[in-house]
Design a protein around this ligand. Sequence first.
Ligand code: GYE
Length: 353
Amino acid sequence: MKSVKKWGVSLALVALMVVVSACGGNNKGSNSSSSPAESSKAPAAAAESASPSESAPAATDKKVVLGFAQVGAESGWRTANTNSIKESAGEAGFDLKFSDAQQKQENQIKAIRSYIQQKVDVIAFSPVVESGWDTVLKEAKDAGIPVILTDRSVDSKDTSYYKTFIGSDFVEEGRKAGQWVLDQYKDTQEVVNIVELQGTTGSAPANDRKAGFQEMIKSNDKLKVIASQTGDFTRAKGKEVMQAFLKAHKDIDVLYAHNDDMALGAIQAIEAAGLVPGKDIIIISVDAVKDGMTAASEGKINFIVECNPLLGPQLMQAVNDVLANKEIPQRIVTEESTFTSEQAKEALPTRKY
Ligand code: GYE
């Protein structure tokens, strides 16, 4: 920290920091806003205009401004992820500008452009789909603003567009789901009819969870995916698509849903069709959020592959490291496990999300 000579000035700075942290410390306050335009009026701007005119505060005295472009609010996983980011930003003392793209890439691009215009210190985002980011990422790079990817990645060839990617290994998650099915049906003499509810089309978790699953089950030709369609990671769509699957196919043995929310929607459709989820149709999903774990503990979901949404602390650490010019790995993978119904029952009481 640079020392400020004049007492009056340092007192004014202290007072200012108190005001700023009072405004920004709580994650439900200035940290949350739905559009990037709104978030531009966050406390940092106020801090600048209120700073003493004769001697501007040193750069190190200012709050770190982090622009975060979130995918949306499509699932329980996303809610837990958003909460983790807001909480950790508050704890780190950052000024967080948060936007929700409602699962639309064009909204995320707009938000990122607005963060570039506002000259934030770091931009972080979870790209809704994998492709189509090169132009906006180049704009950020040209503006000298470091970018960190969290949760989902991009397929850009030029990896210098981002400092690191913090998130799960989605292919591995798909493999874990596939391995479980492979084990369950290793002695089957009959064909096993599998239906798949895919995540958002073009998103990394949808592409990778499908690929990892396929990679495992292909070694047993009795395991057949007879229908596969997107349910956009939402409960409503999961229900709707499962209804259509049930109408079209009378003999579904297994449902593989790329997230808990779609599985939960599908469970409603299965029950409405007079079938017992977890028994008449074996269900596998990904995420292990509270509602999914509850359904698993009730035996309605047979196997869940965990995907950890609590990425906030790792993100804030990476922001600090990037700003301190520290070397950070290009890829930070989060640790995850899996749950059977029994294990879900045990884990549920201490589950944080
Ligand atoms: O599995 C799903 C959410 O990108 C890992 O997005 C995330 C996925 C998560 O909507 O529930």
